[in-house]
Design a protein around this ligand. Structure first.
Ligand code: DC
Length: 208
């Protein structure tokens, strides 16, 4: 059983995917971490972020240690990941690992940008999780707690806008809702309501 969850940054897809995996007892892979790890490795090697050859090499040689790095979740890692993720060599190097993971019994949940379209086009259930740009920026900003200023909110919004544009408009495996994916807009939903809506969609799709 494969559940594919795609959507833009800060849409809530990661939190949802993890909870869905827990709920069904399935394995979970945050595929964004793979692209983040490639970007962080490049950075550690002192290579330029647009060096496709070095990025492809880094993607081919990715290890479990790279996926445990402390800096993967930082904001600049997300930005840099979006740059290396547009490189065909990097995507090609990472797809086999993702497809292999997707076969974990009794099921797997993968979240990313191209899971339902490219990595697992035959997934039994596909969700495309989204939310308005303003709401996604507000969520990221709230994570900063009391330290988040108005100017930081605008920076976050601009980062997310630029990232959406790059992820949705690249030539290889752009972020796109698969034709057979269920759309889940979380703009006005708290996480609990979004989770229940996702479970309804999944249970409905499995029964159908
Ligand atoms: O989901 P995230 O924010 O951790 O992803 C970081 C970047 O990695 C994102 O901007 C685009 C890229 N990515 C991708 O191209 N394909 C995926 N399946 C997952 C992430």
């Amino acid at each position: 059983m494969i559940i594919a969850i795609d959507g833009p940054a800060a849409s809530g897809k990661g939190t949802l995917a993890r909870r869905i995996a827990d709920h069904y007892g399935y394995a979970y892979l945050d595929t964004g971490l793979l692209y983040r790890a490639v970007a962080c490795r490049l950075n550690a090697e002192g290579a330029a972020i647009d060096d496709e050859e070095a990025a492809t090499r880094a993607a081919r040689g990715l290890s479990q240690d790279d996926l445990r790095r402390e800096d993967l979740r930082q904001r600049h890692a997300g930005e840099a990941a979006s740059i290396v993720a547009a490189m065909p060599g990097v995507r090609k190097a990472l797809v086999a690992f993702q497809r292999h993971f997707a076969q974990t019994p009794p099921g797997a949940v993968l979240d990313g940008r191209d899971i339902g379209t490219v990595v697992c086009p035959d997934a039994e259930v596909k969700l495309f999780v989204t939310a308005s740009l303003e709401e996604r920026a507000r969520r990221r900003w709230k994570e900063l707690g009391a330290s988040g200023s108005e100017a930081q909110y605008r920076d976050i919004e601009e980062d997310l806008r630029a990232r959406d544009e790059r992820d949705a408009n690249r030539a290889v495996s752009p972020m796109r809702q698969a034709g057979d994916a269920h759309l889940l807009d979380t703009t006005n939903l708290d996480i609990e309501t979004a989770f229940l809506a996702a479970i309804d969609l999944i249970d409905g799709a499995v029964k159908a």
